[in-house]
Design a binder for this molecule. Sequence first.
Ligand SMILES: C[S@@+](CC[C@H](N)C(=O)[O-])C[C@H]1O[C@@H](n2cnc3c(N)ncnc32)[C@H](O)[C@@H]1O
Ligand SMILES: *[C@@H]1O[C@H](CO)[C@@H](O)[C@H](O)[C@H]1NC(C)=O
Ligand SMILES: *[C@@H]1O[C@H](CO)[C@@H](O)[C@H](O)[C@H]1NC(C)=O
Length: 436
Amino acid sequence: MPEIAGVLSSRRILPSTNSFTGEEDSKKQRHITFWDKLVVNGGGGIKLGFIGKCIAVILFVLLLVFIFARSRGMIDCGSYPRLSRLYGSDTGDEGVGFEFGSLGVPWCRSKQGKTVEWTNEDLLKGLEEFVPIYETRPIKNNMFGMGFDHSFGLWFMTRWLKPVLMIESGAFKGHSTWVLRQAMPMSDIISLSPRHPEKYLTKGPAYVDANCTYLSGKDFVDFGSVNWKSLLKKREISDLSKVLVFFDDHQNELKRLKQALKAGFQNLIFEDNYDTGTGDHYSFRQICDQSYIKGGGHICFKDGDEARIRSERKKFWEKAVDIEELCGKRDAWWGVRGQMRDNFNHSNRVISYAEHFQNSRFIETILDVYWELPPVAGPSLTHQTRYDPARVSTPIVEDGRFNLFQKLGLSKLEASTFNGYTQMIYLQVSAPNTKR
Ligand SMILES: C[S@@+](CC[C@H](N)C(=O)[O-])C[C@H]1O[C@@H](n2cnc3c(N)ncnc32)[C@H](O)[C@@H]1O
Ligand SMILES: *[C@@H]1O[C@H](CO)[C@@H](O)[C@H](O)[C@H]1NC(C)=O
Ligand SMILES: *[C@@H]1O[C@H](CO)[C@@H](O)[C@H](O)[C@H]1NC(C)=O
């Protein structure tokens, strides 16, 4: 792929978000010397007219360049006026610092500290391949279902893991079934969802896969009630490392994990890995948000630094959570204001911090790999305004890399498709005391 190779190598000469601050400083210094000179010359009454003309010419040229760049979409100043002020960016694109992860990105600890095989470069190559596939999706508007980031994540990981069987819990109109099918055209799919995706066909587009076993409608069985042993035996599947389970059913993820472990499944993907204080079910992100984990834990103190930063960020990002929303009235910051939610928030049991803490310790005894999909691209590129960058890892395509964003075909997609990012995760798990 020569195109992408060129793109990748050009990356090194671009300023990173961190070096941006340094760049700004040196620019400021240059300005200071220039203005100093002007004042000295002006004070002496010499050549002020000349310098004044020079400034006029320079300003005029800069104006022309600006108008040209804006008309070419290279500069976007309309969308982020407030953010630009907050982060001191002048163009709204190149080098915008959205302070990714500055409020912490809790990361569940695995038994051996193992991580995934794929790199950011693999993800970039995957994006180049996936965008044209995504454009052929049957369900163009998948409101309440997966958007671009998670569709890509599911496709990429499935194709990497090459399962012989894919199990999906929570199908809705079938978009994720379609994504799984694109990743593995010849593998079996079992889809569990109370309502059969074909039911949506009367109202609009839906995807029904010809080679998928649907446990839905009158055949619906909850994932936790399926007799997996006999079902897998019937299909002559004995190697459970070749099975991928995908959950997008808004159930307590601790409950789903225990059910999956009991059946012996090893590769799990969870779509909605809601952040602490948000969401309608207990998630891994919430469980592993612990003071002893890097990037984890919270301080409910109303006048504290965290409270101040959170209330500031709440002005810019729809899903940002301020300290009151995070902690509630009892200073219970874990889960959602001290609740362990399940089944689309139909159940929301209050749990103690001790129980919550024990849950995270349990996760650590069964976890081999934990990996959160980063957002595909930074907000100055995608124009998403929902998730707060301060709580997520650095995007695959970083802010400021508009050429790469465009080259990958991502600029053709509707902005709303980048709004659904909720830290999708891949987990590799095994029973306690087993090493892999
Ligand atoms: C957010 S939607 C899934 C979106 C879908 N994966 C997509 O790609 O667009 C959640 C789905 O879970 C289904 N659901 C509800 N309870 C469930 C359960 N116990 N097991 C499996 N699915 C369930 C809902 O009916 C709904 O279709
Ligand atoms: C179903 O799978 C078989 C092979 O297992 C394949 O020949 C057939 O084309 C598939 N059907 C569809 C609609 O994908
Ligand atoms: C969750 O349910 C509780 C009541 O059981 C309700 O007070 C709360 O607003 C619900 N939250 C969401 C996000 O639906």
